[in-house]
Design a protein around this ligand. Structure first.
Ligand code: ZN
Length: 251
């Protein structure tokens, strides 16, 4: 059994960009932990930050439970994710607590500052997690740096609108209804995304995006990933192997 930690900035990001792949891995018997750096406390125009965070933590936990996954929240504030020393220690503690073999996180270039800071924090936390003298809390250091992967950015583009092509895809057609249900568990976001983003159907946006990535890769629904291979991170294509026949090679 392999442990996979999917860690992104906000509740609903993992469900939008990687829940299909996680559902496939969970069905194969692997242990899944979903974590967010914030509790999504700015995601409401009606409720205050504490009430919003409580609602959104509960929604994220419900979504994770649909595939038997645990949910954890690092507890940083929305629009307050920065690559600084206290934040890196908190993220490293979360990585250590999950004991992952594989970490999947936000793309380095994405539309939201929290997403980009999350990518850097998680990348560096994976490095720090196996350094015994880097002190973070009660969780023990990892034995080794985990494998690291990036999800697609939202919309598959960087801030300049340039496409960010995936290195490989995962065909999530067989588990697409599970992915849809996991995102729909974030029901408080329907009103917020309409107000702040002009999105009238946030689940429909995810359906459209997953279908678009599928079209790019020759299937109905797909999610894209890139592996981080800089030294001294491990480079073995383990996630690619775990998804088995759902793997879609690119190029
Ligand atoms: Zn987000």
């Amino acid at each position: 059994m392999t442990t996979i930690l999917a860690i992104h900035a906000h509740p609903d990001d993992v469900e939008t960009l990687g829940a299909g792949t996680l559902a496939l891995l969970a069905a194969k018997g692997h242990r899944i932990v979903i974590a967010t750096l914030t509790a999504g406390d700015c995601g409401s125009a009606e409720a205050g930050p504490d009430e919003t965070a409580a609602i959104r933590r509960a929604e994220a936990a419900r979504a994770a439970a649909m595939i038997g996954a645990d949910y954890a929240c690092v507890g940083l504030p929305d629009l307050g994710v920065f690559n600084d020393d206290p934040s890196r220690r908190k993220v490293t503690e979360a990585v250590r607590a999950a004991r992952p073999d594989i970490v999947i996180t936000s793309a380095p270039a994405d539309y939201h500052p929290d997403h980009e800071a999350t990518s850097i924090l998680v990348r560096d936390a994976c490095f720090a997690a196996s350094a015994p003298n880097y002190r973070t809390g009660p969780a023990a250091p990892l034995d080794a740096i985990p494998l690291l992967y990036f999800m697609d950015p939202i919309g598959g583009r960087d801030r300049e609108g340039r496409p960010v092509p995936p290195e490989f895809g995962v065909d999530v057609g067989a588990v697409f209804e599970t992915k849809r249900a996991m995102l729909a568990a974030h029901e408080s976001q329907a009103g917020w995304l309409l107000k702040q983003h002009g999105i009238t159907d946030y689940v429909g946006s995810m359906v459209g995006w997953t279908r678009r990535r599928g079209k790019d890769l020759g299937v109905t629904y797909a999610e894209g990933f890139r592996q981080y291979r800089h030294t001294p991170y491990p480079k073995d294509p383990v996630l690619q192997g775990l998804v088995g026949e759902a793997l879609i090679a690119v190029g």
